[in-house]
Design a binder for this molecule. Structure first.
Ligand code: SAM
Ligand code: SF4
Ligand code: SF4
Length: 333
């Protein structure tokens, strides 16, 4: 059964946050001023269990889901995450991916691959040591993330690399990142800095438009556009004219793509959100723990999706940026 929302969009992708914790304090995501020593993360009993996550995933599959991304917080901090990967990998016809900051990837890449993970996205905002350490705000070195990327590739996992670009912070390193990953087989993707959550103090002036990112790279390494691989593809793709691979740009601010947005999100405690910028979600955990049957769970999810009207990025203004939205580390990026 397919379910479409009020704008005719089906649900094709599910992002599942497996923890709200993180070992980084990226200034644009979990600033220390908010997520400091006294911050109360969720106790373990609040998190969906692996069995609960699998049930939710299998229910979404009945609506035509094609892809699951595990995220967080930092998903590799969730104990025994490879066991969950194994459980989800057994669901037929799904692409299973994970987004990580890469800090624990070296030691976990083989287990994740063996468990059935299809690919991995590693976040790396800069190759410049001082810039990267300042952005992750826990003094984490670039080299360890690069090792994680190498070890993931060696384990047989296709890798994409994501960088969030913030004007005046890391935009000076855009071409360096492009140069480093050109010809490596790993696609480098640049993400416009977004006003997710309510803590990062986002201003439109901090955003480097995707068109500018492409222009800066094109000046050094000529690029040409690539047709989208499928409708609703989030990243706009460009290929190097000399055949050294591709880059992607995710222009959620300057070229919003809500019209093709087929993504649902489930937070670590089991709330279903139909938009990254939502202010509220639907409690699936209560339903799961009340002994609801499969039909009841499916009906609840379908009911939420059927009334979905979200297109936040198409309506964004400096004023909407100040709304009390949930944090990205909680809802799952
Ligand atoms: N901890 C993992 C990581 O960093 O890859 C997974 C969770 S993180 C919230 C997922 C992605 O969201 C990362 O690539 C991160 O850079 C991105 N992100 C976080 N805050 C953002 C923001 N304000 N604007 C754009 N992207 C953001
Ligand atoms: Fe952690 Fe990822 Fe957020 Fe950085 S972007 S603080 S690594 S959850
Ligand atoms: Fe989808 Fe909401 Fe992002 Fe629009 S703003 S693309 S509806 S998650």
């Amino acid at each position: 059964m397919t379910v479409v929302d009020t704008l005719g969009r089906p649900v094709r992708d599910l992002r599942i946050s497996v923890t709200d914790r993180c070992n980084f304090r990226c200034t644009y995501c979990m600033p220390k001023s908010v997520f400091g020593r006294d911050y109360r993360f969720m106790p373990r009993r609040e998190l969906l269990t692996f069995e609960e996550i699998e049930r939710v995933a299998r229910t979404f599959v009945t609506f035509g889901l094609r892809k699951i991304r595990l995220t967080g917080g930092e998903p590799l901090l969730r104990a025994d995450i490879e066991v969950l990967v194994g459980m989800l990998a057994r669901i037929d016809g799904l692409e299973l991916t994970l987004t990580t900051n890469g800090a624990l990837l070296s030691r976990m890449a083989s287990a994740l691959r063996d468990a059935g993970l299809d690919r991995v996205t590693v976040s790396l905002d800069s190759l410049d040591e001082d810039t990267f350490r300042a952005m992750n705000d826990v003094d984490f070195p670039v080299a360890r993330v690069l090792e994680g990327i190498d070890d993931a590739a060696a384990a047989g996992l296709p890798v994409k690399v994501n960088a969030v670009v913030r004007r005046g912070v890391n935009d000076g390193g855009i071409v360096d990142l492009a140069r480093h990953f050109r010809g490596s087989g790993h696609t480098m993707r640049f993400i416009e800095y977004m006003d997710v959550g309510a803590t990062n103090g986002w201003r439109l002036d901090d955003v480097v438009p995707a068109a500018e990112i492409v222009r800066r790279i094109d000046e050094v390494f000529p690029l040409e556009p690539v047709e989208p691989a499928y409708t609703g593809e989030v990243a706009r793709r460009w290929r190097y004219r000399d055949g050294a691979g591709e880059i992607g740009v995710i222009a959620s601010v300057t070229q919003p793509f809500c019209g093709g947005c087929t993504r649902a999100r489930v937070s670590a405690e089991g709330k279903l959100y139909t938009c990254l910028f939502a202010v509220g979600g639907t409690d699936l955990r209560a339903l799961l723990r009340s002994g609801a049957g499969d039909g009841e769970l499916a009906a609840a999810i379908a009911a939420v999706w059927a009334v979905r009207t979200d297109r936040y990025s198409e309506r964004r203004t400096e004023a909407t940026a100040a709304l009390p939205k949930v944090e990205m580390s909680y809802i799952g990026g």
